[in-house]
Design a protein around this ligand. Structure first.
Ligand code: LLP
Length: 417
């Protein structure tokens, strides 16, 4: 298969004029998601892993972006669906999937009930259990379908401590107990796979940890007997800084196959971020410009640019100190150190601190890059801020994908108004 599009789409590659038109028409803050880029990323993933010819299954980790248009696009691009909750399972099925994976992390009873209802209705659901207790609860509910066991591989990786999963007791059954659980479960379920996930945002530097995880999974697969798949998780990183090199996906794919060794099972991977991150930008408008030192409003004095998006719109900088590229679409001016700050009453509500960029003025439009993954998904209504709108681009077509939430909508669930 032919790799599609460049390995990374930088913020500079988006047309400033087109983005400005979208902001004018739909308002800000606004998420913009380009479905063509989603297709390219999905195609590049399948190509890197030779999914057309080899025994490899690429499943999209739905949690990165659950929008209907994205799910449909990903499905049409040949990726499966890996879901983390009943809500994600229902959304994937609604988007046309007839087969989904549900990776259950401490699943609430309601989630199990909803998912099993769908399974009884005929949806093919593979449930990945990360605890013996989860297996027991599935048995109690009469599930006897496709089951996989999530293993804590004892090795983790990721862009931040808070997104490293491997090695954390919360996720998976201890590696040295996994074979016994697979064995027990075979009595009551169709045990189809084993699963592990190192963490999110794996870079070239994490390749050794990745190899270690995959090689342990290969060993486990060979020791437990027939399986349909070995799922080694997702986590493939994308460059957030303009200067960062893209992950060499072909090298990751080769290292993965090499480390897995010979197994009589499909290799499954479940990337989320890689599929959607650079397919999205967040547009936000400057409303306040404030020199840090009010006397020194010129030259190199740092300036705070207040914008209409905040940590409630895009949480990643506040939660993980994540870097996102920011571009002033309106004008080119001399650079100053700029702190881009949201409207939320929290000190953490910053998109960058004293970053050199063309000095913004009121009403300038800023674009924040790589907002397609874990952007809208992690938005909240804290400070009673309605969640933003989202438009999708599909070829030369534009359409509203999610309406802007309203202030009236914020109280819609209150019963004593
Ligand atoms: N599979 C499992 C079991 C996972 O827990 C995750 C992510 C993935 C796959 C997909 O990982 P990805 O390919 O997207 O890196 N909110 C954080 C990321 C949390 C990821 C949680 N699990 C962030 O914005 O960086």
């Amino acid at each position: 298969a032919q790799a599609a599009g460049p390995a990374v789409r930088r913020l500079a590659d988006w047309s400033a004029a087109d983005l400005a038109d979208l902001a004018d028409e739909y308002g800000t803050p606004l998420y913009v998601t380009d479905l063509d880029r989603v297709r390219e990323n999905a195609t590049r993933l399948r190509a890197a892993f030779d999914a057309d010819t080899d025994d490899v299954d690429v499943r999209y980790a739905v949690k990165a972006h659950t929008g209907r248009a994205v799910l449909e696009t990903v499905r049409e691009s040949g990726l499966g669906a890996e879901c983390a909750s009943a809500g994600e399972v229902v959304r994937a099925l609604d988007a046309g999937y007839d087969s989904v994976q549900y990776t259950a992390v401490n699943p609430p009873a309601e989630d199990l009930d909803v998912v099993l209802d769908r399974w009884r209705d005929g949806a093919e659901v593979t449930i990945v259990a990360g605890a013996r207790d989860t297996v027991t609860r599935l048995r109690e509910r009469g599930f006897d379908g496709r089951l996989a066991i999530r293993v804590n591989p004892g090795v983790g990786a990721g862009h931040h401590e808070k997104v490293t999963t491997g090695g954390h007791a919360k996720f998976g059954v201890p590696y040295d107990r996994a074979a016994a659980l697979v064995d027990d479960a075979r009595a009551d379920f169709d045990v189809v796979g084993i699963h592990a996930h190192a963490g999110s945002g794996i870079s070239g530097d994490d390749l050794e940890a990745h190899r270690e995880l995959v090689s342990r999974m290969g060993d486990l697969a060979r020791s437990v007997g027939p399986l349909e798949f070995v799922d080694i998780g997702g986590g493939f990183g994308v460059p957030y800084r303009e200067a960062d090199a893209p992950l060499d996906l072909d090298a990751v794919a080769d290292a993965t196959k090499d480390a897995l060794g010979p197994v009589d099972a499909t290799l499954a991977v479940e990337p989320g971020r890689y599929v959607v991150a650079d397919a999205g930008v967040l547009l936000t408008r400057v409303n306040t410009v404030k020199p840090v030192d009010d006397e020194g409003s010129t030259g190199s004095v740092p300036v705070v640019a207040g914008v209409d998006a905040g940590m409630t719109t895009l949480l990643r900088p506040a939660m993980y100190d994540a870097y996102h590229a920011i571009r002033n679409l309106t004008d080119q001016r001399p650079e100053r150190p700029v702190t881009v700050a949201g409207p939320v009453c929290e000190t953490a509500d910053l998109f960058c601190e004293e970053r050199p960029m063309p000095a913004p003025r009121r009403d300038d439009l800023l674009a924040i890059g790589n907002a397609g993954a874990y952007g809208y998904e992690m938005a909240s209504t804290y400070n009673s801020r309605p969640r933003p709108a989202e438009v999708v681009l599909d070829g030369d077509k534009v359409r509203l994908a999610r309406e802007r939430e309203t202030i009236a909508g914020l109280t819609a669930l209150e019963v004593d108004r």
